[in-house]
Design a protein around this ligand. Structure first.
Ligand code: SF4
Length: 190
């Protein structure tokens, strides 16, 4: 079994703590997608004896891609690799990108799992980290996403300055209350 990770190096704005590779300049998004598809083609022989069971779009913020761009990349993988019949295809998404329209589009695409960068349900934490979404969007996007997707994971960050154990617990309780099947929690690393 193999999994392919595809890094989408674009973000709407820079979170203060982030050291991932990304740009807030979207000018080269189309070129980047074309380059990724070319790299997928060039590296096809590396996976000749294995079946791809998972495709993971990480970032950066893959949800800034338009649906045709997401499909173009998935098509490139399917064209050049041996892909399982029902691969798990995850898209990392930020709450501010998950409009009803975007969710409906994703629901019609081969993407079947969302990993949502919630990070915290508290406004003060989101502001401190310079996230592009607010607490209301964090909550609303999950409720909306659940009308389309069963397989959802959310990211939550702990160790934020001034975050008490009670506030962290409330974040976890909120995720459990929302019946999120998978939670990824990370310590804040500047
Ligand atoms: S959205 Fe993710 S990748 Fe982009 S700046 Fe924020 S933490 Fe970094």
């Amino acid at each position: 079994m193999s999994g392919i990770y595809i890094h989408i190096p674009f973000c709407k704005q820079a979170c203060h703590y982030c050291d991932f590779h990304f740009s807030t300049n979207m000018k080269y998004k189309e070129d980047m997608v074309a380059a990724l598809c070319e790299e997928i083609r060039l590296r096809k022989n590396e996976y000749i004896k294995t079946t791809v069971e998972t495709i993971y779009f990480g970032g950066g913020t893959p949800s800034v891609l338009e649906l045709p761009q997401i499909n173009q990349i998935i098509d490139a993988v399917c064209q050049h690799y041996q892909v399982a019949e029902n691969p798990e295809i995850t898209l990392e998404a930020n709450p501010d990108d998950l409009t009803t329209e975007k969710l409906a589009q994703l629901n019609d695409s081969p993407v079947n799992r969302l990993s949502i960068g919630v990070q915290s349900f508290f406004e003060e934490d989101l502001k401190l980290m310079n996230r592009a979404h607010n607490a209301q969007e964090a909550l609303a996007c999950i409720v909306q996403a659940q009308t389309y997707f069963d397989n959802i994971s959310i990211d939550l960050i702990y160790g934020i300055p001034d975050m008490t154990a009670d506030r962290w617990r409330e974040n976890i309780y909120k995720a459990i209350e929302l019946k999120i099947p998978h939670i990824s929690s990370y310590a804040l690393t500047v």
